[in-house]
Ligand binder design. Structure first.
Ligand SMILES: [Zn+2]
Length: 262
């Protein structure tokens, strides 16, 4: 029994086996680091100018599209992805919520993720029950005064789609691939039979899901102060950023494969 009384988890870890296990079962994700956007000022003195207005994220910021984060330095990272269901301890600790995922990056690769970084899965998954979309909403009403950068024949999606599972409008009319084109980027483009502008439709699709990183506030050291590697929570982007910008950026139109090649 080494390190009696030392900080840590108080259990024996077989680091070599753990590293091998992760290596064997690792999945590849696209990793982009989160950088605070300059539209919100954290500096104490500068933040007080103009009654603290500088501290608020600018919802019409052309750099971050109003989310307050810039995503930079894309690269691939490998790690083991598991469902929150198999991590009951993190649910019990209040760190995670059902629907989150857990990510354990490979050891000794110099990879250190931080909160608000973004991971994009390189395999397609179903977007649960799909998305309800108002045809042409990006260019309707008050949105017409916004620079959404979404064309009239396009609607914006949460994630970059790979294939349609089902598409049906509020009148029960069904649509198939060919009536529309999915992508490139986070878009559906209508080219044939289509819902009238202002009509609601449901698109259930498979997509490259994006996840926002939360690093739990627990140290991952064993009782001999050996670093056990990061254990990271991933929350779906559309859940983490509920109030997402209506804008679409040039980056949003780039396919995942092109971003992987960065
Ligand atoms: Zn900004």
């Amino acid at each position: 029994m080494a390190g009696t009384g030392a900080a840590g988890l108080g259990i024996d870890f077989e680091l070599v086996q753990q590293a091998e296990f992760i290596d064997q079962r690792a999945s590849t994700m696209l990793w982009e680091i989160a950088v605070a956007c300059t539209c919100a000022v954290n500096d104490t003195y500068a933040g007080l100018i103009d009654d603290g207005k500088a501290r608020r994220t600018d919802p019409s910021c052309p750099r971050c599209n109003g989310i307050g984060f810039l995503y930079r330095a894309p690269r691939t990272v490998r790690g083991m992805v598991t469902s929150m269901k198999s991590q009951r301890n993190m649910l019990a600790g209040g760190y995670g919520t059902p629907g989150d995922m857990v990510f354990s990056p490979q050891f000794n690769t110099g990879v250190s993720l931080s909160s608000y970084d973004k991971l994009t899965a390189t395999w397609a998954q179903s977007v649960d029950e799909g998305q309800v979309i108002v045809r042409g909403a990006a260019n309707m009403g008050e949105n017409a005064a916004l620079q959404t950068d979404v064309n009239r024949d396009e609607d914006r999606l949460w994630y970059e789609p790979t294939e349609t599972v089902w598409c049906e409008d509020e009148h029960g009319e069904e649509y198939k691939q060919g009536d529309f084109v999915l992508g490139p980027g986070r878009l559906i483009r209508w080219v044939g039979k289509q819902p009238l502008v202002g009509t609601r439709y449901t698109l259930k699709y498979r997509a490259y899901l994006e996840w926002i990183v939360f690093v739990p506030p627990q140290e991952r050291l064993d009782r001999d102060n050996i670093n056990l590697g990061q254990l990271i929570l991933l929350r779906r982007r559309n859940v983490a950023f509920v109030h997402e910008s209506p804008r679409i950026s040039a980056q949003d139109r780039v396919t995942l494969q092109s971003r992987m090649a960065c």
